[in-house]
Design a protein around this ligand. Structure first.
Ligand code: ZN
Length: 220
């Protein structure tokens, strides 16, 4: 049974890295972002609350995150372990988490703030089907148009420089003390998040003493 926490600022690729790690090792990927996105899509009451916060450039409150994650962890549906992404969000949650679960390691994906700005401000979203684009890494074939449905690509409401600066500040205020706590227990491995995703995944596995990463063969 392996239990990992993955941490990193938005745009650091932690969702991607967690997915790669989980798929190969049969770990359950518990993504706080995915859980909330599901609620938004399903138009639940929680989803409406999240939508309002995001539109205002705010983060979802820690207590709400704790509630949702607690509920998810109590399902105990993992046989081989989990990788959790988006939690813990503050020191108190981190302390509680360490008391409740034997953590095998904390993966910290490190990305400088100016690179976060470059990546996040390049994000676009199809106004019709919701497909994600990125003007650096995943450009649409026709500028401003969705490859899938031809819908107009727009900037997400919360991806303005001002909202991002606020989120970055919030992130450091909260997450730096959590990392500090984990570091004192010697759990943390910090990985540079600026490389390509396969080599970042390989570095993570080397550091954690896990089997090597084999990229899936490209589709014929
Ligand atoms: Zn579309």
């Amino acid at each position: 049974m392996r239990k990992y926490v993955i941490m990193g600022v938005q745009g650091s690729g932690k969702g991607t890295q967690a997915t790669l790690l989980a798929a190969d090792l049969d770990l359950t990927h518990i993504s706080v972002g995915d859980i909330f996105r599901w609620h938004v899509k399903q138009h639940t009451k929680l989803g409406a609350q999240v939508r309002r916060l995001v539109a205002a450039g705010e983060l979802v409150g820690d207590d709400l995150v704790e509630e949702v994650v607690g509920e998810r962890l109590r399902q105990h549906d993992w046989n081989y372990g989990f990788v959790i992404d988006g939690f813990p969000r503050n020191r108190r949650q981190a302390e509680f988490f360490l008391e409740s679960y034997d953590i095998d390691g904390v993966i910290h994906l490190d990305l400088p703030d100016d690179e976060v700005r470059r990546r996040v401000l390049a994000r676009r979203l199809c106004s019709r089907c919701g497909m994600d684009y990125n003007l650096i890494a995943h450009r649409p074939e026709v500028e401003g148009r969705c490859d899938v449905c031809g819908g107009e690509l727009v900037t997400r409401a919360d991806d303005t420089p001002e909202a991002l600066a606020r989120r970055l500040r919030d992130h450091h205020d909260k997450i730096d003390p959590v990392l500090e706590l984990f570091r004192r227990k010697e759990y943390v491995t910090t990985v540079d998040a600026r490389g390509d995703k396969a080599s970042i995944q390989q570095t993570i596995r080397d550091r954690l003493g896990l089997p090597p990463y084999t990229a899936p063969a490209p589709a014929a």
